[in-house]
Design a protein around this ligand. Sequence first.
Ligand SMILES: Cc1cc2nc3c(=O)[nH]c(=O)nc-3n(C[C@H](O)[C@H](O)[C@H](O)COP(=O)(O)OP(=O)(O)OC[C@H]3O[C@@H](n4cnc5c(N)ncnc54)[C@H](O)[C@@H]3O)c2cc1C
Length: 412
Amino acid sequence: MTRPSRLPRLFRRTVLASALAAPLIRPARAQGRVRVVMVGGGWGGLSAARHVRKAIDGAEVTLIEPNRAFFSCPLSIHYIVGERRAESLTFPFDGLIRDGVQHVAERAQTIDRKARVVVTETHRIAYDFLVLSPGIEYMEEEIPGFTEAQGAIPVGFRAFEQQAVRRALEAHPGGDIVLSVPPVPYRCPIAPYERAALIAQWMDRRAMPGKVILLDQNPAIPIGGPTIETAFRELYPARLEHHKGVKIVHIDAEKKRIETDKGVLTFGTASLIPPMRAGSIVRTAGLGERWANATFPTFVSAADDRIYIIGDAVGSTLPKSGHLAYETGVLVADHIADRVAGRTGQDGDALPSAICFAFFTSDEAMRVKIEARWNDLTRDIERRAEIDSRRSRNAAQAAREWSEAIWAELVG
Ligand SMILES: Cc1cc2nc3c(=O)[nH]c(=O)nc-3n(C[C@H](O)[C@H](O)[C@H](O)COP(=O)(O)OP(=O)(O)OC[C@H]3O[C@@H](n4cnc5c(N)ncnc54)[C@H](O)[C@@H]3O)c2cc1C
């Protein structure tokens, strides 16, 4: 059942390698098939679904996800600025269904943890193990006026929202384009800077008057600052203004006016990213407040040992990255397989790694790679970062290869 991995060597040696090479495991439940349910069909949930099917013979795997296809946020900026077609980032779940995963195209409304049942609008789905990867939601209330303005200022940091951002850009009436960076932690720390750069390039190519104004709520760029600042300075000196430590206190979409703690500005087009928190099912199920509480290195919920929480919803110092969500899906599939087979023992200290790319022009990018391990003595996550000191064409090529390979693993 294990097919050869098409992932680049770069990350094959991490969690992924051992998991894909692991022997298939006999079903441990003598009297029935083990039922594993995933909530969320993004990077984490798809990975977990596929790998549980591989790791446990005869496992009954159900994916609860309202969308009928996957849309990749990585590389979506190229779609927003008109360089890629939506189809090149959109993948139906056919491969997964062929692998034997059942798809329920609804939202999980609640989890009855006592009965071990996930409740959707029309189903009650029983589980032996549950993997939650619901991603993030926006804390709209943190930007007064945002909810009222939402139709006019789409965010585009979740799958399928990018279409609205592209439409807003195409309808840009002139003037400045105001973008923002929320306070950490948020999804893909270098992505808002990529967006600013490629929209600046988009304006340059059209010789439009006006600027990109990036309002950054952080006092410093969270990661890769020197590379990002050099790119901004060298490529867009007169086009892109980056203001750090600025909090948006109100937006009025009708008057096209943003009030900040440092002053007021007007815009032609805006796309603001509010602060983020875990998808609401985490709170509904009592598994955390802003973020889900997980234990490491297993990603078992701190509140319920039959539930795993993976991806961006987890509260930790690990970066919120699709690659990391993917590798965590592999890791928890392996962990569930071990439990089903009655294999217990040391969990080791390996944690999944993260890889994020940011483009600064259509064909130059930077890469950030973070490897992590769990220190059982300090009960803390240790991180080691490798950050490109300069943008390059090689990193852009690596980004394209990485995404093709990982999409094939998730939904091929
Ligand atoms: C512009 C941009 C660029 C990025 N670039 C990179 C990069 O280069 N490398 C990288 O590794 N990562 C990158 N990322 C980050 C990556 O997209 C996220 O880290 C990844 O999507 C997280 O996976 P997830 O499974 O946690 O959440 P998601 O992929 O968002 O999936 C969550 C899913 O859960 C579903 N869901 C939510 N609630 C429920 C519910 N109650 N019931 C059922 N389903 C539910 C949602 O519909 C969604 O499909 C980028 C992100 C952005 C926005």
